[in-house]
Design a protein around this ligand. Structure first.
Ligand code: GLN
Length: 486
């Protein structure tokens, strides 16, 4: 198999035995990028020169017997909403199209400390608002499994890059599903950690009470390795939590015997494509054959999750995005302006795309005097009810299964003009963000050549059980398909 198609743990083994060098891996990935990037368009910025130099440096270190970290010399793509010192960080927005940060975000620094080599910055929906990458200022990324369909979003570039072999692993961010849904649509593994496990410092804020960075990888083993590299408290993010970080590698045991696994009733009904339901039922059978006890669980308030999310997330976004005013960051209008307010207005009208403007308006309205209690206040109450629903469900089970996305990848343009349809892409993932829980998506089948994702949800900070359940399924099910791009 070509190097670009191998998972990181396999490449590490080959490097350890001296079969291959970090430079050869980087070369293989960049050759692949040259071949398929014109079709997939996963990246906003490529950092090939820097990556080649780093790979050579890594090889020199290995020769001297230094630098044998678990991910040393592995090419990694980074979603373009994480600040990278000296490298363009656009959030796929016109307003930040020339923005070059002067510092690395904590996670970016951590992956670099772990020896990972950045391949470039991947495309996303503008400011991570969307489920298809279609709202990107730089154009749509295409799904490597079918170039006429979307890769999901907002981390569509990261998921497509990993699926297409344009990166060995990638970082995404997830506010309402943006790691898991594109992972599902692209047939790769994506994990949203518990809120607070990973630092958000240097992640451009969308909805601060929901945003989390996490891994997008080819398999569960790589997911555990990358999570290990990025997890942990950070004094620069007061919402990051001080807990002992376990050895995630220890979760990789293919054994779920005696485990209690829940199946979410509300997410197996209306609105879920039949093929998706069938694949999830098959996955449930795989778990029972392995000796897990399957128990139906319910989230009675799940039906309100989407509405609550689309008040809370835009409310927080409207406040976070107020900083793009043409003064400190990014674009400023070159039109003649009357005064400062006029400058703000013209800058923002020119710099933001339609979806971002819609969210700013929704959020500003929801927070305005007289409406705050009726909208934002109510939404926060629903959030609490959803947290309680999950707590009750987790009294009975160790992990919960559901589809990740209600459908397989949809056609480019199909939902673009219909925001509500687009928002419905996240009905299975959003409750998990509202409750701050960890959730992974792993491939569990194909329908018409398009991947289906299984979501596994865990208790707060119980990534160990999430990974273990996912690993057991992966070993038993053995999804090995790759998109045929050549
Ligand atoms: N698709 C959802 C939204 O548009 C989630 C995005 C995300 O997780 N960043 O808000």
């Amino acid at each position: 198999m070509e190097l670009f198609n191998q998972p990181a743990h396999e490449l590490k083994r080959m490097m350890d035995t001296g079969e291959i060098s970090a430079f050869e891996i980087a070369k293989s990935v960049f050759k692949r990028i040259e071949m398929v990037e014109p079709k997939v368009e996963a990246y906003v910025t490529l950092t090939e020169g820097q990556a080649a130099a780093q790979a050579k440096e890594a090889d020199a270190k290995i020769k001297k017997g230094e630098g044998r970290g678990s991910l040393f010399g592995i090419p990694l793509a980074i979603k373009d909403n994480m600040c990278t010192k000296g490298v363009l960080t656009t959030c796929s927005s016109g307003i930040l199209k020339n923005f070059i940060p002067v510092y690395d975000g904590t996670v970016v620094r951590k992956v670099s400390d772990a020896g990972l080599i950045m391949t470039g910055k991947t495309n996303l929906d503008e400011f991570a608002m969307g489920s298809s990458t279609e709202t990107s200022f730089f154009g749509t990324t295409r799904n490597p499994w079918d170039l006429e369909t979307v890769p999901g979003g907002s981390s569509g570039g990261s998921a497509a890059a990993v699926a297409a072999g344009e990166a060995i692993m990638a970082l995404g961010s997830d506010t309402g599903g943006s790691i898991r849904q594109p992972a599902a649509l692209c047939g790769v593994v994506g994990l949203k950690p518990t809120y607070g496990l990973v630092s958000r410092y240097g992640l451009v804020a969308f909805a601060s009470s929901l945003d989390q960075i996490g891994p997008i990888t080819k398999d569960v083993t790589d997911c555990a390795l990358l999570l290990q590299a990025i997890a942990g408290q950070d004094e620069r993010d007061s919402t990051s939590v001080d807990i002992n970080i376990p050895d995630y590698n220890k979760a990789l045991v293919a054994d779920v015997k005696g485990m209690k696994i829940g199946l979410l009733k509300e997410m197996m009904g209306e609105g879920i494509q039949d093929e998706v339901k069938t694949a999830i039922k098959n996955a449930v059978d795989v778990f029972s054959k392995m000796g897990a006890e399957i128990i139906e669980v319910s989230l009675p308030h799940a039906e309100y999750a989407l509405s609550a999310y689309y008040l809370i997330a835009p409310a927080e976004a409207s406040s976070n995005l107020a900083r793009y005013d043409g003064v400190r960051y990014g674009h400023r209008t070159s039109e003649k302006v009357k005064d400062m307010i006029d400058m703000y207005m013209k800058t923002r009208a020119e710099g933001f795309g339609n979806e971002v403007k819609r969210r700013i308006m929704l959020g500003t309205y929801a927070l305005s005097a007289g409406y705050y209690e009726a909208y934002y206040g109510q939404a926060q109450k629903i959030r609490t009810l959803i947290v309680q629903d999950f707590e009750k469900a987790f009294d009975k089970v160790d992990a919960i299964l559901s589809p990740t996305s209600p459908t397989t990848a949809f056609k480019i343009g199909e939902k673009f003009e219909n925001p509500l349809q687009m928002y419905l892409s996240d009905i299975c993932t959003i409750p998990v963000n509202l409750a701050g829980l960890p959730g992974i998506s792993i491939p569990c089948g194909l329908s018409d050549g398009l991947p289906i994702g299984l979501q596994i949800i865990g208790k707060p900070f119980d990534e160990m059980t999430v990974l273990r359940t996912a690993y057991a399924f992966e070993q038993a099910y053995g999804f090995k398909e790759r998109p045929k791009l050549d």
